[in-house]
Design a protein around this ligand. Sequence first.
Ligand SMILES: *[C@@H]1O[C@H](CO)[C@@H](O)[C@H](O)[C@H]1NC(C)=O
Length: 479
Amino acid sequence: MAVSWYTVIVLVATALGASIGLKFIPYRVPSNEPVIKTSRILRTLKQVSEKQVLEKSACGRVWVTVHSPNINQGDRVVLQDAIELNWDFTNCDAVPKSIGLFDDRPGSWNNALQVFPIDAEQGYVITTISLGEPAPPAGWDKGPGLKGPHCLWPWAGAGDGSASITSYNCLKIQPSWMEDNPEINKLRIGELAVAGTHNAGAWRFDTEISAVSRDSFVLCQDRSIWAQLVHGIRYFDFRVAYYDFYPNEDDRYWLNHNLIRVRPLVPLLKEIRAFLDNTKEIVFLDAHHFPIGFYEPDGSPIRAVHQGLIQLVQRELGPHVAYARDFGTGAGTRGPTVQSLLDADKRLLFSYVDNAIVSENNWLWPILPHLWANTNNPTELFTYLDQAIGAVHQSNARSPMHSAMAETTPTVLDILFLRGSLRENANAVNRNVTQRLLTRWRQNANIVSSDFFLGNDVVDVSIAISLERGRATKQSSQL
Ligand SMILES: *[C@@H]1O[C@H](CO)[C@@H](O)[C@H](O)[C@H]1NC(C)=O
């Protein structure tokens, strides 16, 4: 009896988005608790299992990612966005023998689109099937839809040949993960684990001359800001530039990748606004670099240009903005709790890289430190981040948050000689980023920002880690 109750609770918890694949903090049913009607639990479980269980495993886990580089299949056939199946059965008594790709919750191997042998405790395979361009499910395509995690079409299932499929999971959206998991509300923002995007606005060009969606060295993302939010990204690293040749002030602000103009800013702010208007999620927006138009040649800020940006953010996002002067908790602290931001219904925190401007506008949040390895070498990236993530919380830190920049940076020579691409760079590190977050970074990671985030599992793993921290934390006394 006790065993089945435990199973029921674990499954229900999993269905509600609870910690997935990570070791559960065992939920004990106290023996002197009033007996809950079993039939009711079973009924709940049945509804839950039929509708909502998106991920299941007795030990270890499987997950779905998207291969970021193109795959040349010969004869000028190029496979884009190939689906990858990943598994980790480290420390499990038995490792399943096969993993398959399915287009619905895996029930039988007969329905698998492709099946591969599992030859190690952990690993991945790249299928020859493309994700395609599925719209976000459950009504989230252009506006708000149903709460909770929902599956895009691909599922992974693992098990033994003819026997049943014992582990499964799908590629998800997580449009309401903060609201779905109130256990995290007691955490301070510096204690959350949050998925972010590096150069968030550098997805598909939207200029007078280009609508290119894939290139080698400029675009870092392939999902719109709206879609990133729907997938569960809550931190955006923005690089803003100013071009005074546009007559209309609104048109002068752009999102850039360094010196290259990618998209106008204002429509992206409107996407963030629509998301905040229709959810209870918290979003961290970081103006992290001003490559063009914000500084005099001598390095002093052009105040009118900074003020113009600040006013645009106020105009577009104003009702949602959490002022640093109201919610800041001082140097060396981890900032306000999620609960205090929800109670005030202020859910947009805008951090700004220039402290002179911050000191004149005390609603802005101070520089959000980026842990940036500035290397094109994956081994150096991880050596740096392993050390930096453990070392950041200092008693004089101005910002309650920090962002691990989990991507490599091409050198000028890489770009000149077209060595690799940002997609290949992302592919060389994204799987290790997932793995590191589950292990060495699990204790101290805050924001983890990546390129082509569908190539890692940072969204789901961060949610699980935030939950794990929420359950381990006593209710905070202040704020
Ligand atoms: C990434 O992970 C793989 C598999 O665990 C490992 O062999 C490889 O050395 C890792 N790469 C880096 C740069 O740490």
